[in-house]
Write a protein that binds this ligand. Structure first.
Ligand code: ZN
Length: 341
C-alpha cells in the first residue's frame, strides 16, 4: 500500500485524467469485494497445499498468511527454482536487502515458520514439473496456489488435475485472482488458459516476439535456468527501451514478469509514452489470491474469478462465476475419470 502511495505521489500529474484518489483516503472491507461477508478471523488449516511459483504475487499472498492474527496449520510445499535478484525487489512484499542471492522458497519458509510454528513447510528449489514427477503422478494434488508468469506454466499446473486451485496474475494495468473447483461443475484452471488453436505460437515463439532473442537461445535459457549474458540482456533492453544492466545474470523467467508488471504512461515534456513499473500490482494480486484462498478453505462454492484495473476503485461487480468449457481437455479428462469410478 505504501508502494502504491509513493507511486501516486510521484506520478500525480500523469495520473490526472484517471480519476484516482489518494490512497490515504482509501479503505475497504475486502469481504464485500469478494462476496464473503461471513468470513471472520479464525484459525486456518491449509490442509495439503502446494505453492507453484513463489514470485512477487505469491509473496503478497504469503505476507497475508505471515501476518494472519490467528493460528495457521497444515502442510505447505513451496516450489520455485529462482533466487532473489538484485533488481525488481520493489515488487516483493517485505523482501529484505540481505535476501539477494537467497532461494525464494527458503526465505519464505523461514518467515512463515517463525510466524506460525504449527504450519509444516517444505521448500523445493525446483520447477513444478520436476516436483510433481518426483512426488509421483499417482498422488493427486489437493490444493495448488499458482503464482506463475505465463499461460504455458499455468497449463502445466492444470494438466496435473489439482482438486482445487487458487490462481493469481498481473497483466499491464490489470490484476486478478481465480478459484477453481472443477469437480463441482465449475471451470478448471485450464478453462481460463486454453491453448490458442488459431495460432501456431508456442512459448518459445511468444518469447521470441517479446524479447527478440533467437528461439534456440530462448529454449536453452528456459531449460537451463542460467542467467542472461550481457549480449542477451542488451537485445531485450533495446526491444523494450529500458536499461540492460538490470537483466544481466537474471534468468529469463525472472526478467519477463518484471517487464509484464509495467504499464505505459505519458510523461510531461516527452511526446512518447514510457514503460513504468507498477510495483504494487503484484501485492494487490496476492491479496486477492489470499481472499480466494480463504473462500476455498471455507467450502465448495463454484469456481469464480476476480479482476481489477489497478487505477480504479475496486468493486464487487468484477467478481464472476467461471463455468467449465466444453473444449477444455482437462475438464473432459476429469469427467471421464469420474465416470470410471
Ligand atoms: Zn477445464
Amino acid at each position: 500500500m505504501a508502494g502504491a502511495q509513493v507511486f501516486h505521489r510521484v506520478f500525480q500529474s500523469e495520473l490526472a485524467g484517471m480519476a484516482t484518489e489518494p490512497f490515504d483516503s482509501w479503505h475497504v472491507d475486502v469481504r464485500q469485494l469478494f462476496a464473503a461477508a461471513e468470513l471472520e478471523v479464525a484459525n486456518l488449516d491449509l490442509g495439503e497445499t502446494h505453492a507453484f511459483g513463489v514470485g512477487a504475487v505469491t509473496h503478497g499472498l504469503m505476507w497475508m498468511i505471515e501476518h494472519w492474527p490467528a493460528q495457521v496449520s497444515g502442510a505447505l510445499s513451496l516450489v520455485d527454482q529462482d533466487k532473489y535478484g538484485s533488481s525488481n525487489g520493489q515488487r516483493y512484499a517485505f523482501m529484505r536487502p540481505g535476501d539477494t542471492g537467497q532461494m525464494k522458497v527458503a526465505a519464505i519458509k523461514n518467515r512463515l515458520e517463525t510466524a506460525h510454528p504449527q504450519l509444516t513447510i517444505t521448500d523445493h528449489p525446483t520447477d513444478l514439473n520436476s516436483y510433481c514427477a518426483n512426488r509421483g503422478f499417482d498422488r493427486p494434488l489437493h490444493r495448488v496456489i499458482a503464482g506463475l508468469d505465463s499461460a504455458e506454466a499455468r497449463r502445466h499446473v492444470a494438466l496435473k488435475l489439482p482438486e482445487r486451485t487458487v490462481n493469481m496474475w498481473t497483466a499491464g494495468e490489470r490484476t486478478g485472482a481465480g478459484r477453481y473447483l472443477p469437480a463441482h461443475g465449475g471451470a478448471c484452471l485450464a478453462c481460463d488458459y486454453l491453448e490458442k488453436v488459431d495460432t501456431q505460437l508456442d512459448e518459445v515463439a511468444e518469447l521470441f516476439q517479446q524479447t527478440s532473442i533467437r528461439p534456440d537461445i530462448i529454449r536453452s535459457l528456459l531449460d537451463s535456468g542460467r542467467g542472461l549474458s550481457v549480449e542477451e540482456a542488451a537485445t531485450i533492453a533495446s526491444r523494450w527501451g529500458t536499461p540492460a544492466d538490470k537483466f544481466v545474470g537474471q534468468p529469463l523467467r525472472s526478467v519477463m514478469p518484471a517487464l509484464c508488471a509495467t504499464g505505459r504512461l505519458q510523461m510531461p515534456n516527452n511526446p512518447e509514452v514510457v514503460d513504468v513499473p507498477f510495483a504494487f500490482a503484484s501485492l494487490f494480486a496476492g491479496i486477492s489470491g489470499f481472499m480466494m484462498l480463504l473462500k476455498d478453505l471455507k467450502g465448495d462454492d463454484p469456481s469464480e474469478g476476480w479482476t481489477q484495473h489497478i487505477f480504479k476503485r475496486p468493486t464487487p461487480l468484477l467478481l464472476r462465476a467461471l463455468h467449465t468449457r466444453s473444449e477444455c481437455v482437462c475438464c473432459s479428462t476429469l469427467s471421464d475419470l469420474a465416470t470410471e469410478t
